[in-house]
Design a protein around this ligand. Structure first.
Ligand code: PLP
Length: 324
């Protein structure tokens, strides 16, 4: 994923050229990881560009801020508008969206309160995180030797930069050992999540996924997949999963804004199911991609069109074409 090095970045309400969007090295966030952020996506659909669950992402951003006692002069609607305006200002069709709220430049003691709360919104083009092929073939992963954060240490429900020190260790270990991704356990030894994805297993046609209390981020893709799976008639249970439940699952897949829905074909060199994408994973992948690609009606109201006039025009054209 290389950066384009162009475009404009929203910084505290001003649009700044990519190369000028800099902060001072003495900013608190650089030394102490004092930032919370979001990762969302905007997709090109037949009705124009649409952000997937923008409201949920901006809500989670504010919840992460709340946990870290950060205040900023934007409310839910203000955050959503700021993202939409940044996409429009860059005339992007499809992009990855990265709002970040961080402690800036004032003093360098540990106390974050002394530093201002600053914010930025960056956009860039980001394809499939684990590769296109991974979406069909599945990936090989290992159980990480690093655990996820213990409860009451670093809050897993906050999407804070500090948590990604742990994710980075998991990811580096996986890559060094020749795997695409690492799956971390929680401190009790139950399955938690990947370095940047939630995980599901399929057993006897039903889905299971670790609960919020297993040190996971409350993923928006996880929530979407639970909803879509229930729509399709599958049973979904949020339950503590012992490590070995991964090895004996019929199917395992990971989900996230970056990874979307990616099948796992082996864990610790143990083949999962038939060693390729299973039928339940495929059905859920299809249901998910149909929504984000705008190929089915948006029954859950998950899409926010970036250019509403374009969306209306294209919708009326397709009605005319369909003889409506
Ligand atoms: C640690 C972690 N878990 C889960 C997820 C999936 O969350 P979402 O579906 O909201 O992108 C992410 C993605 O950001 C993550 O970083």
């Amino acid at each position: 994923m290389g950066f384009p090095g162009t475009g404009r970045i929203w910084m505290n309400g001003r649009l700044v050229e990519w190369k000028d969007a800099t902060i001072h090295v003495a900013s608190h966030v650089i030394h102490y990881g004092t930032a919370v952020f979001e990762g969302a996506r905007c997709y090109a659909t037949p009705r124009g560009s649409a952000c997937f669950r923008l409201d949920a992402h901006m809500r989670r951003l504010q919840q992460s801020m709340k946990i870290y006692r950060m205040e900023y002069a934007l409310d839910q609607a203000g955050w959503e508008q700021a993202v939409l305006e940044t996409i429009r200002a860059n005339a992007m069709k499809a992009c990855y969206i990265r709002p970040i709220v961080y402690r800036g430049y004032e003093a360098l003691g540990v106390n974050p309160f002394t530093c201002p709360v600053d914010a930025a919104i960056l956009l860039w083009e980001w394809g499939s995180y684990l590769g296109r092929e991974a979406l069909e073939e599945g990936v090989d992963v290992k159980v990480a030797s690093w655990s996820r954060m213990a409860p009451n240490t670093l809050p897993a429900l906050a999407k804070s930069s500090a948590n990604y020190a742990n994710s980075g260790l998991i990811k580096m270990e996986a890559i060094t050992d020749g795997y695409a991704e690492g799956i971390a356990l929680d401190v009790s030894g139950n399955v938690s999540e990947g370095s940047g994805q939630n995980i599901f297993i399929v057993r006897d046609g039903a889905l299971q996924t670790p609960p919020i209390a297993s040190s996971i981020l409350g993923g928006i893709t996880r929530d979407s997949i639970i909803t879509l799976a229930r729509d399709l008639g599958y049973t979904v249970v949020e339950t503590a999963l012992p490590r070995e439940s991964l090895y004996i699952a019929d199917e395992v897949f990971v989900v996230g804004t970056a990874a979307e829905v990616t099948p796992i074909r082996s864990i610790d060199k143990i083949t999962i199911g038939a060693g390729r994408r299973g039928p339940v994973t495929e059905a859920l992948q299809r249901a998910f991609f149909d929504v984000i690609n705008g190929d089915v009606p948006d029954t859950h109201g998950w899409l926010t069109y970036v250019y509403p006039a374009e969306a209306e025009l294209r919708a009326s054209r397709s009605t005319v074409e369909a003889g409506g």
